[in-house]
Design a protein around this ligand. Sequence first.
Ligand SMILES: Nc1nc2c(ncn2[C@@H]2O[C@H](COP(=O)(O)OP(=O)(O)OP(=O)(O)O)[C@@H](O)[C@H]2O)c(=O)[nH]1
Ligand SMILES: [Mg+2]
Length: 619
Amino acid sequence: MNPMFRAALVGNPNAGKSALFNKLTGARQKIANYPGVTVERKAGRMTLPNGEPVELIDLPGAYSFDAASPDEEVTRAVVHGEFAGEATPDVIILVLDAANLEQHLTFAQEVIALGRPTVVALNMIDLAARDGLTLDPDALSEALGVPVVPTVAVRSRGLDELGEAVTAVRSGRAPEEGRTTPHLFHLSLPERRLAAKHMARGAILSRSKRAVVESSLDKVLLNPWAGPIILFAFLFIVFQAVFAWATPFADALEAGVGAVSAAVTGNVPEGFFRDFLTEGLFAGVGAVVVFLPQIVILFAFILAMEMSGYMARAAFIMDRMMASVGLSGRSFIPLLSSFACAIPGIMATRSIADTKDRLTTILIAPLMTCSARLPVYAVVIAAVIPNTTVGGGVGLQGLVLFALYIAGILGAMAAALVLRRTVTKGAASGFIMEMPRYQMPLLKDMAIGLWQRAWVFLRRAGTIIFAATIALWLLLTFPKADPGESQVDASIAGQIGNGMAVLVEPIGFNRDIALSLIPAMAAREVAVSSLGTIYAVEAEDEDVVADAVTDRIAATWTLPTALAFLAWFVFAPQCLSTIAVAKRETNGWKWPVFMLVYLFGAAYVFAGLTYWLAVWLGL
Ligand SMILES: Nc1nc2c(ncn2[C@@H]2O[C@H](COP(=O)(O)OP(=O)(O)OP(=O)(O)O)[C@@H](O)[C@H]2O)c(=O)[nH]1
Ligand SMILES: [Mg+2]
């Protein structure tokens, strides 16, 4: 048997390469309706219709082989066989967006000019049809000199035909084999653009009246006045929903955790193991897990934005505001992704060509409110902000949450402004990004996406959050307190906490907060699980339930302290994985260390300011 041969998916951004990759290999690569989603090379295995296995490689989208950004460079290197430890792919699957042919044909010519076995997947023909285009794949095949297979990646249409075409070019049975397309070689970019125009015209059989919905939608959503208002209103609704819709589910989960904890208390004999379960597992990790509904709702909105095509519009709307702080709309998508998590956000900066733009974006990405902060914010808000409505039906808790997100954004803007004038000095680069077409999010994709995010959250709870919480619990459990003495004060952790407290007293933090901040370096949610565990260890009675954290915060923290704690988490870079990714993406320790220092500095200053302002206001 031959060694497994390799095929690579190449094409412009947002052509549907990853969607094809997922369908062909069964993988679950991220796909979303904006350019620049894939930033790394990913390999998977597909089986051709004749049963032969193929290693399929998904690549970042590119506009040309003159790589401008780090993600395009990956594509260039893989295709040219310069990627470390990899030979050139045997077959290139060139993915084109049928509804954007002219644009995609420019890079297509560059790919075909490599003269390698190539098959074109004429993807998104469903969208072309929606736009009123009827295409002629044969004419396109004739013009390009390679086989052209119409596909609809998201509906698995044309995949077998694509596989057969791959087999054919591979084994040299394709009619095009041996035929060169000399007219495609040695063209300059303007010549390629012109040729693309002609080819696109030749491939379009008929063009009925183009759907007008899209352009009229854009007239409203991209309007300089209405656009930002709609975006802002949309985000406002998101954060109201995170609180309002999640409540019944969160309450049910909380009750569930409480019931299980109570059952354990009743059935497991008193001792070390029972304490581990009730204080560490249920009161600690359980306190984080109950925020699953909030996380799922937040992600539902983010996914809908990504799938519908509104994400790229939001970037466009924000471009002007970003420019005023020295960034471009290009940074917006990495920053918006950071609302989920700064790690993919920082990775997404690979699509930014300008190195200083990119570095600035990496440095401010942790200021976007990632989903790990949600449990921290939610627990404190639930404890100290009354669950009432203001101004005729606006939930106060949701409003405070929204304000915290805005604080993060403003913090990031301010940081960008300062950085762009100091350490990452330079002019803002221009912003060009094509608008993807609007698409109705597919329910099934939505469900899969949500399940993946929920699973990531639960896995975190079961691994890093669990480990950090249990480590703290052990330090809180030993040495045992004498009768009448507080267990927390007597423990190793308590002694460390009391030492730390001196540092954070000026900004209004108590010992319990000081204690929770150390394990929370592993992940922000650990602040919540740690507080849960600290209060459970401290509690006299045995039946500790998950909502004890909220009650204890409400009972023992002053409002200024709670507000200072929230302010701290707007800035604090408490996530080792983010630091590690920043190190990888900037190739060294310099910038991650800088990031740690400036963010901790800002956290301390702003928590302090918040505390003293609140005290002064008499809150
Ligand atoms: N209607 C329709 N949508 C598609 C088709 N193929 C992909 N999509 C959608 O188009 C968007 C882009 O798909 P991706 O697979 O992420 O595109 P990509 O080429 O990998 O993009 P980059 O990673 O940014 O280079 C997603 O929202 C997909 O759901 C198709 O054939 N028809
Ligand atoms: Mg992709």
